[in-house]
Design a protein around this ligand. Sequence first.
Ligand code: NAD
Ligand code: TYD
Length: 349
Amino acid sequence: MKILITGGAGFIGSHTIRLFVNKYPQYQIFNLDSLTYAGNLENLQDLETKTNYTFIKGDITDQPFIENLFKKHSFDGIIHLAAESHVDRSIENPMQFVLTNVIGTVNLLNAAQQQWAKDSEGKRFYHISTDEVYGSLGKEGYFTEETSYDPRSPYSASKASSDHFVRAYYHTYKLPVVLSNCSNNYGSHQFPEKLIPLCIHNIKNSHPIPVYGKGENIRDWLWVEDHARAIDTIFHNGKIGETYNIGGQNEWTNIDLVKLLCGIMDRKLHRKSGTSEKLITFVTDRKGHDLRYAIDSSKLQNELHWKPSLQFEEGLEKTVGWYLENEDWLNKVTSGEYRTYYEKQYTTR
Ligand code: NAD
Ligand code: TYD
């Protein structure tokens, strides 16, 4: 099997690539990534010597490039993770989200459709999406696969649009697609613009912890390696044309989560209990801030027998441990130094 994974230098992509390269030595795994600010090849340094792994630098919005790539390789599967992924950036610059998330996805769909037009037996285009496409919940209820789409940020609108295109290619051209919509992920190698690594970084440096609004918004957190395992399960066993929701059954208000994190950091940094909580600073709320996301993942659990493996407290301990042990990674990412890694490592080869 030749599998193209897009966005493999990012957070979830790097965990997915690692799982596939190590678990399936008989597969050829191609990582296509344009290395935006969120793409960091140091995330995959441990795989550089693996013979079943190839990195390709390229942009999914570049149609001729994508066409040529598919002329050069015939892929059996595509796992599409490349995206602009940060809600706050989407509020600042929606167009970049339209380009990457919508146009980039349609470029890949076209290339796959052309490649598999004559014979799509055993082929599969797997699109990775988010629970944010379903909108915002009140205090009750869960998102199921039947929940109507109601995206409310430019990020979720662009992801919703890409999901619609993927389903349209299934219905119109019989492209063998499968989709999943996942809740918030946490774990190692996440870019420190997202809540958990941002808090860890700020607490470590005794900087204020910015909590939007009153910190009452609720997210359902999933250990990133559990997401990668779900991707493996759905890629291999998911039914063509179907969607699977993935979630952690693990809801936290932002303020409770930040306080939990503060306690873990105090302990790990040998600071007096309560030291880090003093850094909590309530700041202006995000525009259009969705109140609550919560996933019902019973379809995936019942039909494909996946379930989350880690309790949140344990996962958060591990996550904090990783960021503290990998201070160098965090420093390079926050200083921008990681951006020179590709030049040093790849352009001289
Ligand atoms: P990320 O921002 O960490 O990584 C995105 C990767 O895509 C980066 O390596 C970046 O360089 C690459 N990329 C961006 N634009 C590209 C382009 N035009 N061409 C090629 N590569 C490009 O994102 P993430 O958090 O790992 O999310 C991965 C996927 O999972 C996204 O599709 C996202 O919508 C989805 N998702 C994320 C979460 C979450 O909590 N992070 C939850 C559910 C779903
Ligand atoms: P984030 O990690 O950006 O994920 P998403 O917006 O996709 O859910 O944010 C998680 C929650 O934390 C969200 O409700 C916004 C909030 N938040 C803060 O309160 N402060 C911050 O500095 C950030 C980045 C997020």
